[in-house]
Design a protein around this ligand. Structure first.
Ligand code: NAD
Length: 454
């Protein structure tokens, strides 16, 4: 802990030294960007928001597609988590979800599938503590806002929001209603990510300067499927050119770097390659397929560079169409060491400057206590190698214990804001764009974080 505070203070001092050089670029970005809207008198910060402990956590889920069902599966494996209501516009999906809850021995949950606003009835129930939102991206914020206004906490799938206005709506609604609003960024709970988080907290990598993150998932042919989950995803690729899925790689890096606990994203620049791979996959469809008429706005590979207030840089990449093997990159540079992932490896100052690829000794020494304690159950319950279970377990645990949640609405807004801001930067020839300060000046104070906790 002491090492951590010292390194934070040093970094703030050093940031002052290199701040002048950064000021020119930052100033031009700020000139072009609107100032952050002031906080209304009826709003109050929700950093470190806490509620009294709950006896059980009653969950209502909206969106019982692939992701909603998977999240519900994890919740049903967690002691004292109870699914009381489910909602989807497709009645068969609601029926399947209800059957799965009953098969687990829980009481029959209420089902909502009347129309596309029936989720409001779920939000109005008095036997729901938290609403999970696992619907297509454009619906996340209206649903989350409805839930918070009905007095519920919310957990939203990624990205939480896809416009800047939506990012602010989330923040303002959470502050007005004083409700938890957490984005379900499961990758923050990956075994390697939590190992890195722990090593950072212990000072193993020294002072952090740079990170590289991304979402690389070779998926071009799959995206052309007629399944509705691919149809809405493809629509975004037809309409927008930028990083349309930033948070899986960026979320863990933001936690490593104490973003909203001493640092914040300040500006970004973004560049997209030309589009080729999805249209090539489209051209492999039969000549009379209606999808042959589609055109895609999003370049194959988007690369975004974020500069933080402490002068660190973060590269975030988005590529779901080239044949690159899966990776979230997860590379972190510090003054004393560098961690790289896919495959996991480390290089420490004073050693050979070759990657060490046997991480067993590091896992033994620095493995995160959450993983040490829950690994067997996480692997059994599953979901992306166990991290989905751990995320859900931890969310339920914090509500049961009356603790602040690991991630706040400010994280959801800032991490998701890369979606619209990268689009804006690409559209303006990669000009720097200011990232709003969603905390409205409260990003400097250290915050309680899951590092070290079990
Ligand atoms: N964190 C992860 O690893 C991960 C993985 C997959 C998907 N996701 C996210 O989860 C979300 C859902 O993705 P998916 O793959 O499950 O998509 P999906 O299309 O399979 O599921 C979305 C569901 O929402 C329902 N829905 C749509 N509008 C609705 C409305 N008005 N009211 C109620 N239900 C409505 C649809 O009928 C569908 O069943 C997305 O935000 C996606 O980015 C996250």
């Amino acid at each position: 802990m002491a090492e951590h505070s010292i390194s934070r203070r040093n970094l703030i001092q050093r940031a002052g030294a290199c701040g002048a050089a950064a000021a020119v670029g930052a100033a031009s970005a700020q000139a072009a960007a609107p100032a952050d809207p002031p906080r209304e008198a009826r709003q109050k910060s929700v950093l470190a928001l806490k509620y009294p402990p709950l006896d059980q956590v009653r969950v209502g889920l909206i969106g019982m597609g692939g992701r909603g069902m998977s999240l519900m599966g994890n919740l049903l494996d967690i002691d004292k988590a109870v699914v009381t209501a489910v909602c989807d516009v497709v009645p068969e999906r609601v029926a399947a979800a209800v059957a799965r809850v009953k098969a687990k021995g829980q009481a029959t949950p209420a089902g909502y599938s009347k129309n596309d606003t029936d989720y409001r009835s779920l939000c109005a129930r008095d036997d729901v503590d938290i609403v999970y939102v696992a619907t297509p991206w454009a619906d996340h914020v209206p649903m989350a806002a409805a839930a918070m206004k009905a007095g519920k906490h919310v957990a939203i799938e990624v990205p939480a929001a896809i416009t800047l206005q939506q990012c602010w709506d989330l923040v303002d609604t959470a502050e007005r209603t004083q409700r938890h609003c957490m984005m379900l960024e499961n990758c923050c709970y990956g075994e390697m990510e939590m190992l890195v988080m722990n090593m950072v907290r212990k000072g193993v990598l020294g002072q952090l300067t740079h990170a590289e993150a991304g979402y690389l998932h070779a998926f071009a042919d799959g995206l052309l499927s007629n399944a509705d989950s691919m149809v809405w995803r493809r629509r975004h690729l037809m309409e927008s050119n930028g990083n349309l899925y930033p948070t899986h790689g960026l979320g863990p890096v933001a936690l490593y770097m104490d973003v909203h606990g001493g640092d914040r994203f300040e500006t970004l620049v973004s560049m997209s390659s030309c589009e080729r791979s999805l249209s090539a996959a489209r051209d492999r469809l039969p000549a009379d397929d209606p999808r042959r008429k589609e055109t895609y706005a999003c370049g194959d590979v988007n690369t975004t560079l974020i500069k933080t207030a402490l002068g660190r840089t973060i590269m975030v990449q988005f590529d779901i169409v080239t044949p690159r093997p899966y990776s979230r990159i997860n590379l972190l540079c510090g003054t004393d060491g560098v961690f790289g992932d896919y495959p996991p490896r480390i290089s420490l100052r004073g050693k050979s400057h070759q990657w060490e690829s046997d991480l067993a000794p590091y896992v033994e020494k620095h493995g995160h206590p959450l993983w040490v304690r829950h690994k067997a159950q996480a692997l059994k319950s599953g979901g992306h190698g166990g991290m989905d279970y751990l995320m859900n377990w931890r969310l339920v645990h914090c509500l049961l214990a009356g603790k602040p949640l690991d991630m706040t609405v400010y994280d959801a807004a800032a991490w998701s804001s890369v979606y619209p801001l990268s689009i804006a930067s690409v559209a303006s020839g990669s000009a720097p764009v200011r990232v709003p300060d969603f905390t409205r000046g409260q990003w400097k104070a250290p915050r309680p974080l899951l590092a070290g906790e079990a």
